[in-house]
Design a binder for this molecule. Structure first.
Ligand SMILES: [Zn+2]
Length: 77
């Protein structure tokens, strides 16, 4: 498999924190994805996509426990 963005051939499986925005909140969900070593483009298989969708729904419903890990800020300008 080649990267469709940079045509690099080095695609590796790795654990990433996928960022999901829910309202004004951001939730990081740890998933295994294929990622291009060169440009960082991520490739999701169908299973991972579905998992992210399901987890996002669960988070919206408040049915999964979340742990606060820090603060997210934007520039006040
Ligand atoms: Zn790439």
């Amino acid at each position: 498999m080649k990267c469709v963005i940079c045509h690099g051939a080095e695609i590796e499986r790795k654990k990433v924190n996928e960022e999901v925005q829910i309202g004004h909140d951001v939730v990081f969900i740890s998933v295994d994805v294929l990622a291009c070593k060169n440009c960082g483009e991520r490739y999701y298989d169908r299973k991972t996509k579905r998992y992210l969708e399901e987890i996002t729904e669960e988070v919206k419903k408040g049915s999964v426990p979340l742990r606060d890990v820090g603060k997210v800020s934007v520039l006040a300008a």
